[in-house]
Design a binder for this molecule. Structure first.
Ligand SMILES: [Zn+2]
Length: 213
């Protein structure tokens, strides 16, 4: 495990610089780091000049050997250096994903720690959205987020949030598996290229197939 690297960061509020600790890679075996990653504490900073508190995002690799996945957290494509560490792991059945935004990271870690296929979870979240709208449980524009929470006894719990209210949906894993199997090619991703599998990904899939692309 590499030590954190100290970097200069300029505050977007006051424009002055201060030192921050950044990580090039995070190993899930270091539980404290894993927890601070999921809680977001690792990225929370406080500007010593103007005292504003906020989160900073920088590119890094998240590696989990137990659950066999590698995440590249960045809004940019994966660099050759990261690709080269992933090559030997591919043969061991690892999954590779790019996570464009820090806010998507805790959910992605949770999904893979639960040993689920993230494409399946995105489909389940999409189904929840459709059900929410079709059954007029609220206005689609009021939805602030759709979050995967956990899986118990092969049933996924997904929360559709509208502001400070949440509505829980319970979705059996095998139901969504069947749905995915009916059109499996549509959901194919190129694992080795660190694909992005998130809400935008699933929305794009359905938009393309309905000819609105
Ligand atoms: Zn500042």
């Amino acid at each position: 495990m590499k030590e954190p690297v100290t970097a200069m960061y300029s505050c977007p509020y006051c424009g002055r610089e201060f030192e921050v600790e950044t990580y090039q890679s995070i190993n899930a075996e270091e539980e404290d780091l894993r927890d601070r990653c999921v809680s977001g504490d690792l990225f929370r900073v406080s500007c010593p000049h103007c005292k504003k508190e906020y989160m900073i995002q920088y590119p890094f690799v998240y590696l989990d050997r137990k659950h066999k996945f590698v995440l590249w957290i960045s809004d940019r494509e994966v660099p050759a250096s990261v690709r080269s560490i992933s090559d030997p792991l591919h043969l061991q059945g690892y999954r590779f994903r790019r996570v464009p935004a820090l806010k998507e990271l805790p959910e992605k870690i949770q999904i893979f720690e639960d040993e689920l296929d993230d494409r399946l979870v995105e489909l389940a979240k999409y189904d929840c959205f459709i059900e929410f709208v079709d059954n007029k449980k609220g206005n689609p524009e009021d939805i602030t987020s759709i979050e995967y929470q956990r899986t118990e006894n092969q049933v996924m719990k997904i929360n559709v949030r509208t502001g400070d209210r949440g509505m829980a949906f319970l979705i059996p894993v095998n139901m969504v598996e069947e749905e995915m199997m009916q059109d499996i090619e549509r959901y194919e991703v190129d694992n080795r290229s660190f694909p992005v599998v998130n809400t935008e990904w699933i929305i794009d899939l359905f938009r393309e197939s309905s000819g609105q692309a």
